[in-house]
Design a protein around this ligand. Structure first.
Ligand code: SF4
Ligand code: SF4
Length: 371
């Protein structure tokens, strides 16, 4: 276990989706109130990235300028895909330090690693660059966030045994999903002896509002416990997990997560059995396993709001949304943008999707169901 993380709350504050005001700017006052409550509740770990728009500056104002440096730890990430050159990629390190107003990073990651961009990180010499920064004391713990298969993780960790930890997208719904291989990826990280930070434990919010049959099961087993608490406890009960990130942007979410993690109780065998039933309902319920990360949308020539279309379709499938209501949601989601049927099958979105979804095929299904 990284020494700075011993005996701390296993909850991390993800700063990717910070609360926004009506004008679209980040609500720094609310972010500050959330950060205060998080620290007061025993939290230390804050997670941002060079590519999270406005997040690092907001973290400086809401956190770094208001709290003693030894009362929190901060993680940021370098993103080679967002850089035009080797110099551009390396420059992100100091830009992030400046935006955040910190001298060193407690945790620093190569962002969104996978087969598709591993070569870019190698070509730009990012591993060596960050090893130097660690030598200089500017990084305490080095890691990477990862979206790919266990085999790809095995290769990268074999090439780079020097990393201290990996950040994985893990949740109970995808644990046994053969397309996502959540459990396989986690087990590979542990086989290499790496500690794990977890992102998207609620699968982009989907597990905070699971299918009706799952809700009924959880309500009967633990009345009054939030559905998100089941997702957190499942992940935090796994060995070697040192932080479970949650992108909290409202105080009630913060309170719910704190209460789950402050009084953390590992899952019992009976609860694991219920999770297995929930996995089955979700996996076989026919919904689209999209996390809403939006990596697919940036380069879409047709400006198709892919995750919003998938969310509408999932609502229709899992929550028995009446057709007229689903069509209304769809029209709202696609208003002024591309519709599912506007897809020209260029497939750039499929290359960008960490869940490896067959987006073009799924869009055809959505068009048939909702247009
Ligand atoms: S394949 Fe379709 S949805 Fe994907 S980027 Fe191209 S046009 Fe957009
Ligand atoms: S389709 Fe893939 S890339 Fe797009 S939002 Fe969903 S999970 Fe993310």
């Amino acid at each position: 276990m990284p020494h700075t993380m011993k005996n701390q709350l296993k909850l991390g504050f993800g700063l990717m989706r910070l609360p926004r005001k009506a004008d679209g700017s980040i609500d720094v006052d609310l972010t500050a109130a959330l950060a205060d409550r998080f620290i007061e509740g025993g939290g230390t770990y804050f997670d941002t990235a060079y590519v999270y728009e406005g997040s690092e500056e907001a973290a400086r104002k809401a956190l770094v300028e208001r709290h003693a440096r030894d009362s929190f730890t901060i993680a940021s990430k370098l993103n080679a895909r967002a850089a035009r050159s080797r110099e551009d990629a390396r420059a992100q390190f100091d830009i992030s330090r400046k935006r955040l107003g910190v001298d060193f990073f407690d945790f620093y990651l190569l962002h969104a690693m996978g087969e598709g961009n591993y070569g870019t990180y190698n070509d730009y010499g990012i591993w060596e660059f960050l090893a130097e920064k660690k030598e200089q004391g500017l990084i305490r713990h080095l890691g990477f966030s990862f979206h790919d298969t266990p085999a790809v993780l095995d290769r990268i960790l074999t090439d780079h045994p020097e990393v201290d930890f990996v950040q994985l997208q893990l949740n109970y719904a995808d644990w046994e999903n053969p397309e996502v291989e959540s459990r396989g990826v986690y087990e590979m990280a542990r086989r290499h002896g790496k500690y794990v930070t977890v992102m998207e434990p609620c699968k982009g919010g989907l597990l905070a509002n699971p299918p009706k049959a799952v809700k009924e099961m959880f309500d009967a087993a633990a009345p009054g416990k939030s559905y998100a608490s089941w997702a957190f406890r499942f992940i935090a009960s796994q060995e070697g997990i040192f932080t479970v990130l949650s992108g909290m942007n409202a105080m009630d979410q913060m309170e719910d997560n704190l209460s789950t993690m402050q009084n953390f109780v590992p899952m019992t065998e009976e609860e694991y059995a219920l999770i297995a039933k929930a996995q089955d309902i979700i996996l076989n319920g026919g919904s689209i396993p999209c996390t809403g990360c939006s990596y697919c949308t940036e380069g879409c020539p047709q400006q198709i709001p892919i995750p919003r279309i998938f969310r509408t379709r999932n609502n229709q499938i899992l929550y028995d949304l009446p057709l007229e209501k689903a069509k209304g949601e769809y029209a709202f989601a696609t208003g002024g943008r591309g519709k599912a049927s506007d897809c020209v099958e260029c497939r750039q979105c499929e290359d960008a999707c960490p869940q490896h979804l067959e987006i073009t095929r799924l869009l055809k299904e959505c068009a048939a169901a909702l247009e």
